[in-house]
Design a protein around this ligand. Structure first.
Ligand SMILES: Nc1ncnc2c1ncn2[C@@H]1O[C@H](COP(=O)(O)OP(=O)(O)OP(=O)(O)O)[C@@H](O)[C@H]1O
Length: 306
């Protein structure tokens, strides 16, 4: 179909270098309530530089808990009970994220690893202009920048995500939902991070706007080389977008493979059930939704994406 993401995905997949930027080992996260909830169980993942790693699974399986734990955004009662998260900086240093002291953690967030959440309206401050919110990140993290340099950088990232720089004067409510989400992505790009975690970043948007933004993310990844952890329950979308996919079920990663292998030869019964729950993938109904892919002999994009 005309909104296919595959050409970019195809190019990008070939460019993925094999060195790791983030390693998660045997991570366990428990919500320590009256009845403890073991939300993330023995999760191990490796994110390579420039890679898009999709995290799939139904609501409540632990995707957001995992993402929050990686960026240490949890408050009590969430507790990382064991495991490690290591960031392999491009300058060669390895950072043990679970042990970073608060000051270093604050400097780390946004600059090396940034997050984009669902619902930009809630993430953006409604009473402050886009310019003020973008500049605030720069003032905090790049105190040496002049006002002029800050303005130029803000305009640059907005242009990168397809928002006219004159929108800097706007308040969030003056922007469409898609534009707000683009502003959030611009903010996440400001400090040139090596990893971006995107938790359902486009779920609230209509399909055309969503695909426009996803295309931008692929283009920017190609251009800037950051790696992405992309979280969604939308498996067809992940199959198009991701280099590899991890499928989560009740806190565990039950399958972890390239998008192509996962699609063609799903091994875990839950992955098969998940694939079958999207008629557009199995061709039972609406096969036209994904470029005419009528069965699993074809990857749902154009077969050449992976
Ligand atoms: N603050 C909390 N206290 C107790 N349990 C929680 C808390 N937050 C999440 N949980 C539980 O942890 C498990 C994982 O939740 P999580 O939000 O990570 O799942 P998810 O896959 O991201 O879901 P969704 O797609 O709906 O966002 C669920 O069983 C949820 O009920």
């Amino acid at each position: 179909m005309s909104h296919n993401l595959s050409p970019q995905a195809a190019g990008a997949a070939a460019d993925v270098t094999r060195d790791a930027v983030l390693t998660v080992r045997d991570l366990n996260v428990v919500y320590q309530g009256a009845t403890p909830v073991h939300a993330v169980k023995d999760v191990s993942l490796t994110l390579h530089r420039g890679e898009i790693l999709g995290l799939a699974g139904e609501s409540g399986c632990g995707k957001s808990t995992l993402a929050y734990a990686v960026n240490r955004l949890h408050d009590w009662p969430a507790e990382v009970t064991s495991g490690s998260v290591t960031f392999h900086d491009r300058d060669g240093e390895d950072l043990d994220l679970l042990a970073l002291p608060p000051g270093r953690l604050r400097r780390f967030r946004w600059s090396k690893l940034s997050m984009v959440f669902q619902g930009a309206m809630n993430a953006l401050n409604p009473v402050t202009t886009v310019r003020a919110q973008l500049e605030d990140v720069l003032t905090t993290h790049r105190p040496g920048m002049s006002k002029q340099e800050r303005g130029a950088r803000c305009a640059e990232v907005l242009e990168l995500v397809g928002v006219e720089p004159r929108r800097m004067a706007s308040y969030p409510h003056e922007l469409s939902g898609g534009m707000r989400q683009r502003v959030m992505i611009a903010m996440a790009l400001l400090l040139d991070p090596q990893v971006m975690i995107m938790d359902e970043p486009t779920t609230a948007l209509d399909v055309l706007v969503q695909r426009g933004i996803l295309r931008e993310i692929l283009r920017l990844r190609d251009e800037l080389g950051f790696a992405v952890v992309f979280i969604t329950h939308d498996l067809p979308l992940l199959l198009e977008l991701s280099d590899r996919i991890a499928v989560m079920l009740r806190g565990e990663i039950v399958e972890y493979d390239t998008a192509e292998t996962l699609y063609r030869q799903p091994r875990h019964p839950y992955t098969r059930r998940l694939l079958d729950s999207f008629p557009s993938l199995t061709g039972e109904r609406g096969a036209f939704l994904r470029d005419g892919a009528a069965d699993r002999t074809q990857v749902p994009t154009d077969g050449g994406a992976r």
